[in-house]
Design a binder for this molecule. Sequence first.
Ligand code: BTN
Length: 262
Amino acid sequence: MNMNLIKENFIKLGLKDVLYFSQLHSTNKYAKEKEIESDNLIVTSYQYEGRGRFDRIWESLEYNNLTFTLVKSFKLNTRDVHLINFYTSYIILKAIKEIFPEYLHSNFSLKWPNDLLLKNKKFGGILSELLNINETEKKFIIGAGINVNQKEFSDSIKNKATSLRIETGIIFELEDLLLRIIREFYGNISLINNPVELIEIWKKSFSYINKEVRFSKTSDNTEITGRVVDVMNDGGIKIETTDEFNTKNFTVYYTGEISFIY
Ligand code: BTN
């Protein structure tokens, strides 16, 4: 990646600067440690200590994929902080779909709360961290990992992980992809202030509504099975469970993980 050559293109889109590192522990960790300001993008070609949600390791082969963090402040109500995940996952999927012909778009989907799937396998994930929940102007560290040109994954994840290259046979230019993502991010930003519309369009790529799922509750590490009823305008997922007396209960969750029951 030669970010220096194209920095100007990013700055034209609204960024203050692009901080590129040939290697870095983690772009999210760097943003926090160095207290990087809003509208800066941190990018690395080799992230050797990447982390995902629930502190899981984020595996990414050096020089093959996108691993970056955008620092961005938004004036948001506390109720709406989850929307950043939905906005970012929608935007990244939108930017990526644009490079493919229309007939392939249905292969791409979103999984609650912010996984990017291609043919039902995960090729991208987002880890957004909020640093100052009590302030009106909220500062988010929005980290994204997108598997682009990696051809193989380690045994432990190869059944559920994929990359754009694995599914299409095409090798993609990372700088171009990143530029497209940032262009879409800044170009649609008013959507953040329109939760109803945002969730509505996010749900168009979400295929779990009315499906039976397993839901892992991260709050107490337990699992339930139930039916996905809806994703609410604040990003919560509503799950219906049925107890032994056949009574239906509805609960809205804000964190956790869903998976299909096959
Ligand atoms: C997930 O699906 O659990 C989220 C994965 C997020 C990975 C990205 S890669 C860039 C940024 N830096 C990190 O350490 N993590 C995020």
